[in-house]
Design a protein around this ligand. Structure first.
Ligand code: NAP
Length: 481
């Protein structure tokens, strides 16, 4: 968004809680942190990088790519680091947002774009007795690199995308690793490998080859939406998992423990080559039960099985359905965004970007724009272009504010939820996509090119403004897959 605003010559400031750019890639430095989307695809369309050492970028490589982009495109100088936003309130008379920072400073701007993501608030479960635990406790998103795991007995809570990456890394170091598995994930092999010198040479000197790799990966990943949303090809995916699972886990008891009890795809399908081998190790134990309570030097599962440990690592993920928490966002008529969302049974937005009653505010990676199948960067570029066109529209029509129309907001979300009902995500498992009440607030239930098509135009028909209505739709240009 910053790059696009800068290119468009629109003045802006970015308020960043952290001390550098990178978001989740800055925060998640746990051993083995890497992307599960190939880097030729998990990069900006306008900044393809030929420097990846391997197919799936690792956290340090992705962090340095993001640092590079911020520097190259002159965004860094627009960022105020170490600034946490507490509240934001819209003044309809003036048509502007007042943003209050943790230190009390107020920043005033006609437009507000929230880009805090869906995975920025670590979920720290509150277990009974945790305060009395005498050992080390940390969350995977706040890894304590000073704590030496060698010779330690460690409890890992959770078996999601983060845990399956760090467990194989720490298993050889710890004396004992007790993994508390509330529900087993489906894990498929990760087709990862280092790029050869020849490949790197070709990607560096022949941009068309790099572009072809990106396109090929885009098409392959796009097809993965079909089993998730239409049930197409599910049997083949199940068979592939079954074959891989049997080849990796030979012990019948362990197989029974690791066999998921929900349809494939209902939770995110994970990819790893070292998760199942790590679980075969003699110092690793999988306890097929949720985490229960903590004592001074031990942990107890809900089935009351107890293990003495020196450290507890939470791989428990993020508060994903509480978008924009813990900020307080106040729109027209004093309504607070989280109250509005609570009344509607969970977060929702028009095209995942604009919220009724919160004029001049946009959100990137907002409600229902997460993917189970393709690169989120593609979605983010669609959103940034859409927001840019909204700003251009407001400026060219002298509008002090624009707010999404109620009917447009409702129709979009009704249709979206109808589509979501037919997806595997609603097939009866708990996942971070779905609220406790069962509303999927996170996922986009279609192709990403469909989302690109829907956000390609900023159509003023969908908005109310204080300016006289006019204008044809504006074509949003600039990005390619
Ligand atoms: P997650 O997928 O939400 O996994 C959290 C795990 O903790 C689940 O296994 C969950 O069990 C478990 N858990 C939560 N509370 C628990 C409790 N009280 N007792 C026992 N277990 C508990 O979180 P994540 O692994 O951090 O991944 C989140 C998302 O981040 C991913 O889906 C992905 O989108 C992203 N991510 C991406 C990559 C990448 O490769 N690009 C890497 C890491 C993360 P249940 O399943 O039973 O709820």
């Amino acid at each position: 968004m910053g790059i696009k605003l800068r290119r468009a010559g629109i003045p802006f400031t970015i308020l960043e809680k952290g001390d550098r750019v990178g978001g989740v890639w800055r925060d998640n430095t746990y051993p083995g942190a890497a992307c599960d989307i190939p880097s030729h695809l998990y990069s900006f369309s306008f900044e393809p990088s030929h420097d990846w050492s391997r197919k799936y970028g690792t956290q340090p490589e992705i962090q340095s790519y993001l640092d590079h982009c911020a520097q190259k495109y002159g965004v860094t100088q627009h960022i105020r680091f170490g600034q946490e936003v507490k509240d934001a309130e819209f003044d309809a008379t003036e048509g502007r947002w007042t943003v209050v920072l943790a230190g009390g400073e107020k920043v005033v701007s006609p437009f507000l774009v929230a880009a805090t993501g869906q995975l920025s608030l670590p979920a720290d479960p509150t277990f009974g007795g945790l305060d009395s635990f005498s050992g080390k406790v940390f969350h995977s998103a706040r890894w304590d690199h000073d704590y030496d795991l060698r010779g330690k007995r460690v409890a890992v809570i959770g078996t999601g995308a983060s845990a399956i990456q760090f467990v194989p890394q720490i298993a050889p170091r710890a004396t004992r690793l007790h993994i508390f598995q509330r529900s087993a994930p489906y894990v498929l092999p990760k087709p990862d490998r280092p790029y050869s010198r020849l490949e790197k040479y070709l990607y560096r000197h022949f941009p068309a080859i790099l572009a072809a790799s990106r396109t090929r990966q885009y098409v392959y990943h796009e097809a993965r939406v079909l089993p998730l949303t239409k049930g197409v090809g599910v049997k083949a995916v199940e068979k592939a998992w079954e074959r891989y699972f049997h080849s990796q886990i030979t012990d019948e008891h362990l197989r029974a423990t690791l066999r998921p009890d929900y349809p494939i795809g209902c939770k995110r399908v994970l990819i790893s080559n070292d998760w199942y081998p790590a679980l075969n190790r003699s110092n690793v134990e999988v306890i097929p039960a949720g985490f229960g309570e903590v004592k001074t030097d031990s942990v107890m599962a809900v089935d009351r099985s107890e293990r003495s440990v020196d450290a507890i690592i939470f791989g428990t993920g993020f508060s994903t359905t509480e978008f924009l928490a813990p900020m307080t966002i106040t729109g027209v008529d004093g309504q607070e965004l989280h109250d509005v969302w609570r009344q509607r049974g969970g977060a929702e937005a028009f095209k995942g970007v604009a919220m009724l009653g919160f004029p001049n505010m946009f959100v990137l990676y907002g409600p229902n724009t997460n993917l189970g199948h393709n690169s989120i960067v593609y979605m983010l570029e669609s959103q940034a272009d859409y927001v840019l066109e909204a700003l251009r529209h407001a400026a060219s029509h002298g509008a002090k504010w624009l707010d999404v129309r109620q009917e447009a907001h409702r129709e979009f979300n009704d249709e979206l939820q109808d589509r979501l009902k037919k997806t595997v995500w609603q097939a009866g498992c708990d996942s971070w996509y779905v609220t406790e009440a069962g509303k999927n607030t996170n996922n986009w239930p279609s192709f990403t090119f469909d989302y690109r098509r829907q956000t390609r135009f900023f159509d003023p028909v969908h908005y109310v403004t204080d300016a006289p209505s006019a204008a044809e739709p504006v074509l949003v240009g600039g990005t390619q897959s």
